[in-house]
Ligand binder design. Structure first.
Ligand code: BES
Ligand code: MN
Ligand code: ZN
Length: 482
């Protein structure tokens, strides 16, 4: 359900919850009616993430929200605090808070972060539940902001509402079961998003992909009864500051193909193997509302990966859009095959930079764990832009080396390369494979296999798909210039 977000000057009387920021030092707001010692007696010290609900017989419930050391208050800290407040508010539906009115963080970023934290923490995927009692009950969020910060805060509210809705769209898509989101359905969804958000959109079917030489898409799709789709979305502002291309892996279900995955819990997560495409689509849908100044083109590479009598086989050689060939040694290394065509197409228009985003390798999860995405690239200044966007969005990345000395691990006897390397360094060999399709265009690759989902609610992350990369890509596009 949509949450109404507004800006007020003073605490509204008819509100269910008032969230009051409390730091670890300094005065405690008189609104709480408790001293620091009294709060501490209840185990609340004002540390980041801490909340204390103060029950009241009448009127609003006050919630003390820990913000830590006021000297180091950050955008991330405010986003986390807003999420903690929403979780502490439980099933109460209207919340007011002055979290965005604190000194130390500029008004616009502060309001954006508070809105993001609150809305993302209240996200639930209920798509297929007949019992909707688990739905979020949050209907209204009021930011209490003083006059001198209100102009900035208003802009931040607008931005945060857009970025949180984008991330929620990406989460929705990734949470959908495979039968509810085939490649065709994902393409239909992309057309709907494009029409709502002022983008140009083109959808390419199997015959068109074949004619275009997209052998990676055709090969991966070959075992399926569902046809593939490629979607190109274009956002073209006046007097653009540059041109950025986004390419998303849209594998709507990854069984592994002939190299079938084992039947364990992780297999069921492979409905989320289109999380990269979801992040690209959600980002594209937000650009106009955010008045992004760069031209942005998005490619969604959509297909499932299934075994059957017609499936592509080990030893097969695929020819990609740019003419290069790859020998298949494992049909489960399919993400790089669909991205190869997307990257090839993306660089044809000579953009200033190209970035792909993909749930690409278990090796990246082994290296960095589930909270950090891998980033690799051929151009350090562009990788730095990605890292900065990651910081602003609080979607963490860590750079891995694009180590040329490992290129021989993907040498093939019969083709330009094979689609897997050895047992080690799998995130790197996957990126080396992708680098064959970008020429000298500045390129970065985000491997989001780890952070694509969470097992339980955690701050502004809600159980299930995370929408990871959406807000990062929005930040990247918003600040992009050649
Ligand atoms: N979609 C998977 C990667 C993945 C793993 C995503 C875990 C999310 C969570 C990808 O297509 C895959 O199967 N990769 C293989 C590559 C290997 C065969 C070289 C992997 O990581 O095992
Ligand atoms: Mn796979
Ligand atoms: Zn996959």
């Amino acid at each position: 359900m949509a949450v109404n977000v507004d800006l007020v000057k003073t605490t509204p009387k008819a509100v269910d919850v008032v969230g009051v920021p409390v730091a670890v030092t300094g005065a405690v707001s008189r609104a709480l009616g408790l001293t620091r010692a009294a709060l501490a007696a209840h185990g609340f010290e004002g540390k980041p993430g801490q909340t204390l609900v103060l029950p009241a017989a009448t009127g609003p419930t006050y919630v003390a929200v820990g913000i830590g050391d006021p000297a180091v208050l950050s955008v991330k800290g405010l986003r986390d605090a807003a999420a903690a407040l929403v979780r502490a508010a439980g099933r109460r539906s209207t919340i007011a808070t002055s979290l965005a009115d604190l000194e130390g963080v500029e008004a616009k970023s502060a309001a954006q972060a508070v809105v993001e934290g609150a809305l993302l923490a209240s996200y639930r995927y209920l798509g297929l539940k007949t019992d909707t009692s688990g739905a979020s009950t949050l209907t209204s969020l009021s930011l209490i902001v003083s006059d001198k910060r209100s102009a900035g805060a208003r802009l931040g509210i607008e931005r945060g509402t857009v970025t949180a809705a984008a991330a929620a769209l990406a989460r929705d898509l990734a949470n959908m079961p495979p039968a509810y989101l085939t490649a065709r359905m994902l393409a239909d969804k992309a057309v709907a998003v494009a029409n709502e958000s002022g983008l140009d959109v083109e959808v390419f079917n199997r015959d068109q992909l074949l004619a275009m030489g997209c052998g990676g898409m055709i090969g991966v799709n070959q075992g399926s009864i569902e046809p593939p789709r490629m979607v190109r979305l274009s956002y073209t502002p006046k007097n653009p500051t540059g041109h950025l291309v986004l390419v998303g892996k849209g594998v709507t279900y990854d069984s592994g193909g002939i190299s079938l995955k084992p039947s364990d819990a992780s297999h069921a997560k492979m409905k989320m193997d289109m999380s990269g495409a979801a992040a690209v689509l959600a980002t594209m849908g937000a650009l106009k509302a955010l008045k992004v100044k760069a031209t942005v083109t998005g490619y969604l590479m959509c297909t499932d990966n299934l075994p059957s009598g017609s499936a592509f086989k080990l030893g097969d050689v695929l020819t990609f859009r740019n003419g290069k060939t790859a020998e298949i040694h494992n049909t489960d290394a399919e993400g790089r095959l669909v991205l190869a065509d997307g990257l090839s197409l993306g660089v044809e228009s000579k953009p200033d930079a190209i970035i792909d985003i993909a749930t690409l390798t278990g090796a990246c999860v082994a290296a960095l764990g589930v909270k950090i995405a891998g980033v690799l690239g051929n151009d350090q200044p562009f990788v730095e832009q990605v890292k900065e966007a990651s910081q602003r969005a609080d979607e963490n990345v860590w750079q891995l080396p694009l180590a040329k000395e490992y290129r021989k691990l993907i040498d093939s006897n019969v083709a330009d390369m094979k689609n897997v390397g050895g047992p080690y360094g799998g995130a790197i060999t996957a990126a080396l494979f992708l680098s064959e399709f970008v020429g000298d265009t500045p390129w970065a690759h985000l491997d989001i296999a780890g952070p694509m989902d969470v097992d339980s609610d955690d701050g502004w992350l809600s159980k299930g798909a995370t929408g990871f990369g959406t807000r990062l890509l929005i930040e990247l596009a918003s600040n992009f210039s050649k």
